[in-house]
Design a protein around this ligand. Structure first.
Ligand SMILES: [Zn+2]
Length: 245
């Protein structure tokens, strides 16, 4: 235990002698969750993989101090669904909410990293034992995290969320789902159906996470997309940190 953590726990101990059980739980949680944030976003860079047919990412230096300019200044162009990004309901739901209206609670708060073993797709059979609850934020770690991000070529055979699993999660009232490749739906498999089931139920979706090296378990999530007005999604930075209670 670090000195700082030890001091925090002792301080909490002094406080708890005069407070209720509920407040104790709150204070205890406050002092025990502080571990380092882990970045689960993928780097956005020239030449990176993108969905077939989507615009490639391009960053161009307009001015460059390494070339003798007085400052460095860049221009970029990209598809909205580049790298780690979020889908808003508007992506597949007529008249659905755009990304700039996303309620912040969808992307900030407790989240569970779940290990998926099925090499083809995430299916209800692997989700049912998790007993998903209304409001849950679930991040699915599949084969993709260890194998798909190494290449700048699109990986067609990635593990996706089946339409049945999407319907099941919607029925459970799950708040947020994160997947570890470029789409919740597969390549020519369940793309529209899975998106519609998730986004049509009011769920918010993160795509393009890299959960390589992340242990399954309980975390705190912070994922904030760019506030693109009336857009169906946006690139995002996603971070988690372990909850040690
Ligand atoms: Zn997307």
């Amino acid at each position: 235990m670090s000195l700082r953590r030890e001091v925090a726990v002792h301080t909490a101990g002094a406080v708890v002698s005069s407070i209720s059980g509920t407040t104790f739980a709150f204070v205890f949680r406050l002092v025990c969750v502080a571990t380092d944030w882990i970045d689960i976003s993928v780097p956005v860079r020239n030449g990176m993989v993108h969905w077939p047919g989507d615009a490639p990412f391009e960053l161009k230096r307009l001015k460059d101090m390494q070339q003798g300019d007085g400052l460095t200044l860049s221009y970029m162009s990209l598809g909205i669904h580049t790298g780690t990004h979020m889908d808003a309901p508007l992506h597949f739901i007529q008249g659905g909410a755009a990304i700039d209206t996303m309620p912040v609670d969808a992307m900030m708060g407790p989240a569970r990293v779940v290990s998926i073993h099925d090499r083809e797709s995430i299916k209800p059979a692997e989700l049912e034992p998790l007993n998903p609850q209304p409001g849950d934020r679930l991040l699915f770690k599949t084969y993709n995290s260890e194998h798909c991000w190494d290449s700048d070529s699109f990986f067609e055979d990635f593990v996706y969320l089946s339409r049945e699993a999407a319907a099941y999660l919607a029925q459970c009232g799950v708040r947020t789902v994160g997947v570890d490749y470029l789409s919740v739906g597969g390549f020519h498999k369940d793309g529209a159906e899975t998106h519609q089931a998730l986004l049509g139920s009011g769920m918010w979706v993160i795509e393009g996470l890299n959960l390589g090296g992340i242990e399954p378990g309980d975390y705190e999530l912070a994922c904030l997309p760019l506030k693109l007005a009336n857009a169906e999604g946006a690139p995002a930075r996603a971070l988690i940190r372990k909850v040690n209670v």
